[in-house]
Design a protein around this ligand. Structure first.
Ligand SMILES: NC(=O)C1=CN([C@@H]2O[C@H](COP(=O)(O)OP(=O)(O)OC[C@H]3O[C@@H](n4cnc5c(N)ncnc54)[C@H](OP(=O)(O)O)[C@@H]3O)[C@@H](O)[C@H]2O)C=CC1
Ligand SMILES: O=C(O)CCC(=O)C(=O)O
Length: 481
């Protein structure tokens, strides 16, 4: 029997206005779940529910909020295999990646549970003898959380867990393509004892419920991860309505391979960055800038590795690359593969969409060379398993090429030279820098975010999350004579 999914608002599962099928991208004829999609009215109710629950949640002692997050982590950990499996079935990343991502959500919940025991303010010396002067962080209020499909449990966890830990209430709109994983995360938090109204789930289309979640007078802040087009439009609207807003968006992340690099490491890490999760990561490697001296050997080895990785059903244990998430995404990536040819590119591996046993939205790991640095394929986010190879004559030219896009999310360098590694870390325009590691993959206890067009300039995760989800209040107390 097909699972039916509903929005969760003010402590009740609520029917929406029409049904939508949640399909398995490896077997698009399989309906993983059926979603009752919310319309704008239900989204507005969700905001009101979050507002009504705010006073009590904010007054709940922070360590008690942390206890609920810790319990949710425990429950999610018990369910990690089944949640990971459902994540694979609706999103298409391999089972190992899906279970890994679910474990990451567990760790994130635990981390923010721990944060509720950390100091929440500072005392200051006052210029007056009788004044006790301190500043403390308070919750922002009602937060709209709008998340993408590519990390359907880790990204929501790294937004919702700090929002709740610091005393905010939440209205969460996951991407339409991944409602089942969203329900699993909500269920773990409810089973852990989260009170009604503190977290509200709106299963609706961004184009239909998005406006309410951004402009509603009772929304105080919006945190978003997704495309630049939607993110920037949402930012303008949010600012116009006086809301705090945080955006994490696209990348065109470079991996620079210098002539002295350990090629075994470089080839493996570049392939991981470019092709795991079928390249559908904002941190994926999509430009590989290689010093000319090693270009022939590097490209031959990378192409051989790309061709050796098994493309297939993501539930099969030896699959390295699964399908793209949807038919739309397949069309988008396929059109970039065609564009690459029109722009003079030559494929050393892949370059085409395919099916497995006649079905699924697959694209073979693809490496394209002979492109101009300014070409569309070398400049725009593709969000598929496609890496553009660009030669460089020197470290300086490689860094200049790496910086020559509007994005600035993550970047890798492969070298044994510590001085050049330090120079790269300083000169590269990216929010995350990796030396001898793939450009994707993040630890949850450190700040994450991009420079230039990749973000709104704010940072998520680690202690940095506190900046967005809290506001300072400064208190002056005078002792009376
Ligand atoms: N940086 C990243 O991590 C990601 C980048 N992308 C990039 O974006 C491209 C398109 O992917 P797509 O899923 O369409 O990304 P979107 O930016 O459209 O979606 C991200 C989230 O925003 C929601 N949304 C869409 N329109 C609105 C709106 N008007 N107001 C408020 N929320 C809205 C979506 O809802 P709904 O699902 O209902 O449309 C989803 O929850 C990809 O090919 C990739 O290049 C995509 C995902 C993640
Ligand atoms: O690289 C990662 O682990 C996370 C990437 C990410 O945040 C994204 O793709 O949206």
């Amino acid at each position: 029997m097909t699972v039916e999914l509903r929005s969760y608002i003010g402590g009740a599962w609520r029917d929406g206005v029409r049904l939508s099928d949640d399909l398995n991208p490896a077997h698009p004829s399989e309906v993983v779940a059926r979603t009752s999609l919310a319309g704008a009215e239900l989204a507005a109710e969700a905001v009101q529910a979050a507002r009504s629950a705010f006073a009590a949640w904010r007054a709940t002692p922070a360590p008690a909020r942390g206890d609920i997050l810790r319990k949710a982590a425990e429950l999610l950990e018990e369910r990690v295999e089944s949640v990971g499996r459902d994540l694979t079935r609706e999103e298409g990343k391999t089972l190992a990646e899906a279970i890994g991502e679910t474990r990451r959500a567990v760790s994130i919940l635990r981390y923010y549970a721990g944060q509720t025991l950390e100091p929440d303010g500072e005392t200051y010396p006052s210029s007056s003898r009788v004044t006790f002067l301190f500043a403390r962080r308070e919750p922002v209020g009602v937060v709209s959380v709008i998340t993408p499909w590519n990390f359907p449990i880790a990204i929501p966890a790294w937004k919702i867990a700090p929002a709740l830990a610091y005393g905010n209430t939440v209205v969460w709109k996951p991407a339409e393509l991944v409602p089942l994983t969203a329900v699993h995360l909500v269920q773990a938090l409810l089973d852990a004892g989260l009170p009604p109204g503190v977290l509200n789930l709106v299963l609706g289309k961004g184009s239909e419920v998005g406006d309410i979640l951004v402009t509603h007078p009772e929304v105080d802040a919006i945190t978003f991860t997704g495309s630049n087009v939607v993110g920037r439009a949402l930012q303008h609207k949010a600012i116009e309505h006086g809301k705090k807003v945080q955006l994490e968006m696209g990348g065109k992340n470079p991996a620079v391979v210098l002539a002295d690099a350990n090629l075994d490491v470089a080839v493996e890490q570049v392939a991981r960055g470019a092709f795991l999760s079928a390249g559908q990561k904002c941190t994926a490697t999509s430009r590989v800038i290689v010093e000319r001296a090693i270009l022939p050997e590097f490209q031959e080895r990378l192409a051989a590795l790309a061709q050796s990785w098994k493309l297939g059903d993501p539930l099969e244990p030896d699959t390295r690359v699964g399908p793209l998430v949807s038919e739309d995404q397949l069309q988008k990536v396929s059109s970039y593969l065609q564009l690459a040819r029109r722009e003079g590119g030559r494929f050393l591996a892949g370059g085409e969409a395919t099916t497995i046993n006649g079905e699924g939205y697959y694209v073979r790991p693809s490496i394209v060379t002979d492109l101009d640095q300014g070409s569309h394929v070398a400049q725009e986010e593709i969000f598929g398993p496609v890496a553009a190879l660009l030669p460089a004559a020197s470290f300086e030219e490689a860094v200049a090429l790496a910086n020559a896009t509007p994005f600035g999310l993550s970047a890798s360098l492969f070298t044994n030279n510590l001085s050049l590694a330090l120079r790269f870390a300083s000169e590269i325009q990216a929010g995350v820098v990796k030396i001898n590691q793939e450009s994707a993959g993040l630890e949850f206890q450190v700040p994450f975010g991009g420079m230039k067009d990749s973000s709104s300039g704010s940072r998520e995760q680690g202690k940095a999350a506190r900046e967005f989800f809290t506001q300072w209040k400064t208190v002056y107390i005078d002792q009376l004579p």
